[in-house]
Write a protein of this length. Structure first.
Length: 741
């Protein structure tokens, strides 16, 4: 019999017979990890090492705790290595080590660069009792995953197969038992089977393309370019049984043999795990080595954080409990003893002072959903917070709305503010009445200035970047705030300018049924490149609309739209149609006076995109068939902006999530055409807008109007309303011809 003493609790006797019983008891009761380790050593069911065959020795866990992506530098500059960035108010590394503890791994190596090693000493002390061994491996000049693995291989620290987690922000609900067993079976059959990559069943339109041999699960094609328009695939792959997949995503987890670390040592230019994969595939006939793919079942999740968008998505997935048992209320940290869990996926951290209380010190708002609060938060009861994390000691003022954000510790957010899709560091101060631009990244210690004109694709920091990023990050000072931008011109928020799958549905006739009323058993919402382009245009326009108008803002908007066009390979016809469709959906365009005023201000945008006649026809088609909006139904019908439903749609797109989530949370998504509901108001506005764009702004030509009007259904009300304008244009055309004769 084992007895565990818990702080501030009575003694709990445990009668455990097997290792499985012990593990289940520890994970279920969430005992302190020191007791877990002691019990793990004393369990008689644990076989002695000498009886285990060498081929079946437990894998060694290798975690590269640094992120070498400059995008995360604004946050890493203050918290140390990327793995210490909190998610749901718990350091990322704690989640990572928690799921590794559920696997067979007993020995763990935390590989860290020399400058970040002091930050990891506390992590090493805290987690060391949980494993047979946990060592901090310091790499002096490591600047990539390849450098880290070369260091391990050179020092001879790897002696057998290992579980490689090259991105510390990797999460899974799986124990990987089946996948590890499959790797060992293949490895025993053929020592040239050197690697197994774990994929997750996640259907998104921007996954990389992979080819897998159906009978053996051998990886044959590895095309990492996002949204490829051309694939170079050898003919034999089609003649064989290779299956081309784009409905799965790399989880960031790989089971490797020593051959993989040797590949890094033999090739000093290899910086990433993908370099080794490509080397083995390209030189398969020379190296005679094979890589296999294991796809997790739909009931198990595995994802990695690769940018700020995926950081927000995975934060919400953790709170929604899709990575169970990786959930906030089963975790502890140095700052809190645990979490109180409330209805609506609201988690409130408690410390030793609050331990055992139903109402911890501090206050949280009553209008919260899917949110984690740190200890001693002071949140006004009128604030609205959803799909977000609020750090310890932070203050949020009255009537402030926070949607899909991460707020750091000791932040002060004023009253009547709106924050959406943003990541805020520790100690940030935001004044009253601030509407923060979407996709904002604010590093620790920044005092945001009211009315600050924030350029796109940047991060706001309190200091210049570290010298390590001199070649990758540019910096300029604006009102005592350092504005960081990537030297390659890309955005900080997402990888390679990709629009991560926000899932608000496709627009236009061709994808009209992509987003319907959610029901049980319905297919996940799929977004194509056009819909993602439309989303980015909407966000760019909304951000520009929030600034003081200037022609320079219009030039910036045109540059952003052109960048999105190139990123998603959108035709000029679709650009013309969806740019004006997005414009019509802007706030204030519901009335003729508001629409007329904004058209006059933004005429520079129209003259840029609507010079060709075919583009003008697309503009008129956008007026005829405006975009849809999403409404959130929660008890009663409430009109919401399209992006307010984003996280719900993202969740429904995951294969392990069903529409039951919507029923449980009281949400459902519907598609609606806001103009066709009121044809008597819509028709005259179309006629006035067409006349205004033709007669006052010189955006439209009569040939384009006549061509479009001629395509309208003869029985339609809109054709009848447009008839006077058409006759007037035809009359002018006849008079011009007479004068010419």
């Amino acid at each position: 019999m084992l007895t565990h003493t818990l702080p501030k609790l009575h003694f709990l006797p445990l009668v455990l017979n097997t290792t499985a019983d012990l593990t289940h008891e520890i994970l279920t009761k969430n005992y302190p990890r020191t007791h877990y380790f002691k019990a793990r050593l004393k369990t008689s069911a644990m076989p002695p090492k000498r009886e285990q065959k060498k081929d079946n020795e437990p894998l060694t866990g290798v975690i590269v705790v640094d992120s070498y992506d400059p995008r995360f530098a604004p946050l890493s500059a203050t918290v140390g290595p990327w793995c210490l960035q909190p998610i749901c108010n718990i350091p990322i590394i704690d989640f990572t080590l928690s799921w590794i503890m559920r696997t067979e791994v007993q020995k763990v190596m935390l590989v860290v660069s020399e400058k970040n090693a002091p930050y990891m000493e506390k992590v090493e002390r805290r987690w060391k009792p949980c494993f047979e061994s946990l060592n901090l491996i310091c790499c002096k000049n490591a600047m990539s995953v390849g450098d880290a693995l070369r260091e391990l291989d050179t020092r001879g620290l790897l002696t057998g197969d290992f579980l490689l987690v090259s991105n510390p922000a990797t999460f899974t609900s799986s124990t990987l038992q089946t996948q590890i067993a499959a790797y060992r079976e293949r490895r025993n059959e053929n020592k040239n089977n050197v690697m197994t990559v774990i994929y997750s069943d996640l259907k998104t339109p921007r996954n990389a393309v992979v080819g897998i041999e159906k009978s053996t699960k051998k990886l044959k094609i590895y095309h990492k370019q996002e949204d490829p328009t051309q694939l170079d695939i050898d003919k034999p792959h089609f003649l064989g049984d290779a299956v081309i997949r784009r409905d799965i995503v790399d989880s960031g987890i790989a089971i490797c043999s020593l051959n993989i670390s040797a590949q890094f040592s033999d090739n000093f230019d290899f910086q990433h795990r993908d370099d080794v994969i490509r080397e083995i595939l390209v030189n398969e006939e020379i190296l005679l080595q094979n890589i296999h793919v294991e796809i997790l079942p739909p009931s198990e999740a595995a994802l990695s954080i690769i940018d700020y968008y995926s950081l927000l998505v995975i934060s919400n997935l953790l709170m929604e409990r899709w990575f169970y048992p990786l959930v906030p209320d089963r975790m502890t940290s140095d700052d809190c003893c645990g979490f109180n869990s409330l209805p609506g996926n609201v988690y409130i951290a408690v410390d030793e002072e609050d331990f055992g209380r139903l109402s911890p010190v501090g206050s949280v708002c009553k209008r919260a959903f899917n949110t984690t609060f740190g200890t001693k938060c002071d949140v006004h009861e009128s604030a609205v917070i959803s799909c977000s994390t609020v750090g310890r000691g932070s203050q949020i003022g009255a009537d402030t709305t926070i949607v899909n954000c991460i707020i750091g510790e000791n932040c002060v957010i004023g009253a009547n503010c709106r924050l959406e899709d943003s990541v805020i560091g520790n100690g940030v101060r935001i004044p009253d009445q601030t509407q923060l631009p979407k996709h904002s990244i604010i590093s620790a210690g920044v005092s945001y200035v009211a009315g600050l004109d924030v350029p796109p694709n940047c991060a706001l920091c309190s200091s210049p970047p570290h010298e390590d990023f001199d070649e990758t990050i540019n910096c300029k000072s604006v009102k005592d705030i350092h504005v960081w931008t990537l030297a390659n011109g890309g955005p900080f928020f997402t990888v390679n300018g990709r629009r991560a799958d926000s899932g608000n549905g496709s627009l236009g006739d061709e994808n009209e049924n992509d987003l319907g009323t959610e029901s049980e058993g319905s297919e996940p919402v799929e977004l194509d490149a056009t819909a993602q382009f439309y989303e980015e245009v909407v966000e760019s326009m909304e951000r520009i609309q929030g600034f003081t108008f200037s022609n320079q803002q219009m030039h910036n908007l045109i540059l952003e739209i052109n960048s999105s066009k190139l990123a998603y390979n959108i035709s000029m016809e679709d650009v013309a149609k969806y740019v004006f469709s997005a414009f019509l959906g802007l706030p204030g365009n519901e009335t003729w006076s508001g629409l007329k005023e904004l058209c006059t201000k933004w005429v520079l945008l129209f003259t840029n995109y609507y010079k060709p006649k075919k583009s003008q026809v697309q503009l008129l088609l956008a007026v005829e068939n405006p975009g849809c909006i999403i409404e959130i139904i929660q008890g009663e019908r409430v009109r919401a902006h399209v992006n307010d439903g984003r996280i719900c749609v993202v969740l429904t797109r995951l294969p392990w999530v069903t529409s039951m989530m919507h029923k449980a949370s009281g949400h459902r998504l519907i598609k609606k055409d806001r103009y066709k509901e009121k044809p008597k108001e819509f028709g005259p506005m179309v006629a006035r807008l067409t006349h205004f764009l033709y007669n006052d702004l010189d955006v439209l030509e009569e040939e384009a109007i006549l061509e479009w009007a001629g395509s309208l259904d003869e029985e339609s009300e809109l054709r009848r309303i447009m008839k006077p304008i058409v006759e007037w244009l035809q009359q002018d055309s006849d008079e011009d011809e007479s004068e010419g004769e």
